[in-house]
Design a binder for this molecule. Structure first.
Ligand SMILES: Nc1nc2c(ncn2[C@@H]2O[C@H](COP(=O)(O)OP(=O)(O)O)[C@@H](O)[C@H]2O)c(=O)[nH]1
Ligand SMILES: [Mg+2]
Length: 380
């Protein structure tokens, strides 16, 4: 009898995957194929087009967390996955997303208020849905929210949550600081407890994690779970005062620049992006207003070493006072659409792809990514 084996296709482009010839469509590295046998796979081309992982820094995924998600699976609960729109690419942990395979997810894209004024909700929803699908999550819906000043869409989110839960339990998960507690405390403002049970906080069985349990109907609950680690974010590499400066408090401004070949864009004393090959490129940069963004020419390493030593760029971190604290990555842009290059926890630049090669200098362990643009209607 002939042996049949299952044909695997790239989850994104549908090409049949193969590990024999890197120059033929559908190539996937044999290690990846082997490692993620049962997962959703992307061919190397699609993988690289979506996320540059020359900086292979995923946030940690705790075994305690795994136990909670195992319970989610067992109960076939609804997951409300909260992300921080300003900074979320680095928070999609592949172990977590694989474990959530098959689970219904409501994506809550929070901190709408921080996004630049050109962004619109329909595009943001589409972007988030696309990113979630790319990592294999079963997204039932996306809702854009904010808990700042005048809250936005929290009521609609609750309606969607009840509809998708359809009598099941609901777990709020997401990276630390994405806004889970803020959203739940907003929800609780108008919450009428129609059960005889109390809202309780307790240690989840066999773990060191504390969860909050809110009764929504007879024996049905919303659970708030602590956030997953964000140890690949710039936020985890700097002192509190610098964290405060790099976290925007209001919508980020669009700052426009042009880089010629060899020139570089600096973000305080925290990161550099240099155009090492390609034509003059117009770009927009997005970061907290307390981060100075500047263009310089010349030798970036020399310039940056001196700036780190002097700590004279705004902001500078005491922990990042030598070039040896940094890593360098090159990103070759092969797409010709609107692209973003982002630095987790700091911000991102947008530009039109035209075969540029960018060199990115970031503190060791910080996640660098490139994706299609989050904000579409950018005028360069
Ligand atoms: N600008 C803005 N900040 C928010 C929003 N939601 C939460 N935050 C802030 O983000 C930080 C983390 O929020 P928190 O609810 O504790 O996040 P959690 O770790 O997911 O529970 C806090 O400083 C909040 O004030 C929002 O919609 N917009
Ligand atoms: Mg919290």
């Amino acid at each position: 009898m002939a042996l049949m084996s299952k044909i695997k296709r790239c989850y994104h482009c549908g090409t049949i995957l193969q590990s024999d010839n890197p120059n033929v469509a559908g190539y996937i590295s044999p290690e990846i194929m082997e490692k993620y046998k049962d997962g959703l796979l992307l061919c190397n081309h699609c993988f690289e087009a979506e996320t540059f992982t020359g900086s292979p820094k995923e946030s940690k995924y705790d075994s305690d967390y795994e136990k909670i998600i195992a319970q989610v699976k067992k109960d076939n609960a609804l997951v409300v996955y909260v992300i921080d729109l300003f900074s979320f690419e680095g928070s999609l942990n592949s172990k977590l997303t694989r474990q959530l395979n098959g689970i219904d997810v409501l994506a809550v894209a929070n901190k709408r208020d921080l996004m630049p004024k050109e962004s619109n909700n329909v595009d943001l929803e589409e972007y988030v849905a696309h990113r979630f699908r790319m990592v294999g999550l079963n997204v039932r819906g996306v809702v854009i929210t904010s808990t700042a000043d005048e809250t936005f869409n929290i009521d609609s989110m609750y309606k969607m949550l009840l509809e998708y839960a359809n009598g099941r339990d609901v777990y709020f998960i997401g990276a630390a600081t994405s806004g889970k507690s803020a959203i739940i405390s907003d929800l609780l403002k108008n919450f009428k407890n129609q059960t005889k049970e109390m809202i309780i906080r307790y240690d989840f069985e066999d773990t060191k994690l504390q969860v909050i349990r809110i009764p929504i109907s007879h024996k049905r609950y919303i659970y708030e779970v602590p956030g997953t680690a964000i140890d690949n974010s710039l936020l985890s590499k700097v002192e509190r005062s610098v964290q405060n400066l790099i976290t925007p408090k209001k919508a980020v401004m669009t700052r426009r620049f042009t880089l010629g070949k060899g020139q570089f864009l600096g973000f305080g004393g925290l990161a550099l992006i240099q155009l090492i090959d390609g034509h003059h490129t117009k770009l927009c940069a997005y970061a907290s207003k307390n981060v100075d963004i500047y263009v310089r020419s010349g030798n970036p390493e020399k310039f940056f070493s001196r700036a780190l030593e002097m700590q004279n760029m705004r902001p500078s971190s005491e922990y990042l006072n030598d070039i040896s604290e940094f890593d360098t990555f090159d990103i070759e842009v092969t797409e010709e659409n609107n692209r973003d290059i982002g630095i987790s926890g700091l911000g991102w630049i947008s530009f039109i792809g035209n075969k540029q090669v960018f060199r990115i200098v970031v503190p060791k362990g910080v996640f660098v990514y490139t994706t299609r643009s989050k904000v579409k209607n950018v005028k360069y």
